[in-house]
Write a protein that binds this ligand. Structure first.
Ligand code: HEC
Length: 371
């Protein structure tokens, strides 16, 4: 009974949000699982993945991802604790339920291994983006075997590598004014383009804006295309975020945003604790954490300085005393890149990385080895 209820709920979610284009309308009388399986779509998978050709668009609760409630989620109520009720005794117990720690009514999109992001329909903004995984839906959809949802755990677990997080108030400015100042935005819905990537429509006061979110020109970048029907002047600004304007004209703004965060999150069964740091692990992390996107190993200049020969080299900074690169400096550069900015490079371009001790140490071993 419970099982069939959740199965229905699950497929209803899919029906509404995954295959919303007309050609994939659900034939209600058929058993959905067979319809999906025949078409090669996933069935009951708690860790679904889409692809660039077939993005997975899912309406769901998501973890807050540590974004600021005050600036990023001002229109979400935080909820409050509520007393637990015991069905057995018919009395309220002294225990209390904590409010659910997640963001409801978001749209999570997966474009395969390299890119996932969450768009929030309440704030009408991109909340965060990550690579190397998607959401573990077990809390929300229930277990494959038992088919049962876990108590009050509505919030799926994120796993992968978070490289972008919303910071500050709403980044979009219309005619020079942040839309955060125009009252709560109103979500109007999304549509799928020919390439099946979603475009989100929303209203801020009387302005009607559309935003298409697509993969950027290189890994860990995103392309955002804003359009507004009344041809206003659009501008995007966000603290600690590198924004490159590609196109700008009245009513149009196309930008590429680069990573501003670096945090690996795994659900329990994925978590790998590293016991002993090694150069080999460091070399792997250099790729999986995306350092490769900005640092070459062969002397070539990229967004960041090359890592070749950096250990022991002399460094000059924008506003700190020069020094000779040692382990402490390497560690600081990875954990708190804002602390010092190497001359000739941009402050705030490198995301801060929160890693296990052994991961920092492995990276340092690797960097020392690049001669
Ligand atoms: C989005 C681009 C970007 C990514 C990703 C990135 N960095 Fe950086 N990194 C930079 C920039 C730009 C600088 C120079 C500006 C500064 O000092 O903050 C820098 C500086 C550094 C420095 C100091 C280098 C020197 O010559 O003094 C180290 C070490 C470093 N990064 C390591 C890493 C490691 C390790 C990773 C991955 C875990 C990483 N970076 C990921 C852009 C990036």
């Amino acid at each position: 009974m419970i099982k069939s209820y959740y199965r229905k709920l699950f497929f209803a979610t899919l029906a509404l949000h995954m295959y919303s284009s007309a050609s994939h309308s659900i034939r209600a009388q058929e058993k959905p699982s067979t319809v999906y399986a025949e078409k090669g779509y996933l069935t009951f998978d708690q860790k679904p993945l889409g692809s660039l050709d077939k993005p997975l668009v899912l309406r769901t609760f998501v973890p807050t991802g540590g974004v600021s409630h005050k600036d990023v989620l001002p229109n979400h109520s935080q909820g409050s604790t509520s007393p637990k009720y015991s069905a057995g005794s018919g009395k309220e117990s002294t225990k209390e339920y904590e409010p659910i720690d997640g963001v409801p009514a978001t749209i999570a999109v997966n474009l395969g291994k390299t890119l996932s992001y969450v768009w929030d329909t309440t704030e009408c903004r991109l909340l965060y983006a990550w690579a190397d995984g998607f959401l573990d839906m077990k809390n929300y959809w229930g277990d494959r075997k038992g088919g049962r949802r876990k108590g009050f755990g509505y919030v799926p677990k994120l796993y992968g590598f978070v490289f972008y997080k919303a910071q500050g108030i709403h980044p979009l400015q219309i005619n020079g004014k942040s839309i955060a100042k125009l009252g709560a935005p109103k979500y109007l819905g999304y549509s799928l383009g020919k390439d099946r990537l979603p475009t989100y429509d929303f209203k801020a006061d009387r302005h009607i804006v559309s935003l298409k979110i697509a993969p950027g020109p290189s890994t860990q970048t995103l392309r955002l295309d804003f359009t507004s029907t009344a041809k206003e002047n659009l501008h995007f600004t966000s603290p600690n975020t590198q924004v490159e304007e590609i196109k700008k004209s009245p009513g149009r703004l196309s930008i590429v945003i680069r990573p501003n965060a670096g945090e690996r999150i795994s659900s329990e069964e994925q978590k790998v604790v590293i016991k002993k740091p090694t150069q080999e692990i460091g070399e792997k992390l250099y790729t999986t954490l995306g350092c490769i996107a900005c640092h070459s190993l062969d002397g070539g200049k990229n967004h960041g300085p090359t890592l070749q020969g950096v250990y022991g080299a002399k460094r000059e900074f924008l506003s700190a005393k020069s020094l000779t690169v040692d382990e402490a400096y390497l560690r600081e550069s990875i954990e708190k890149p804002m602390a010092k900015t190497v001359k000739g490079y941009l402050t705030g371009m490198m995301p801060p990385y929160q890693l296990q001790e052994a991961e920092y140490d492995s990276l340092i071993l690797f960097i020392k080895s690049v001669r």
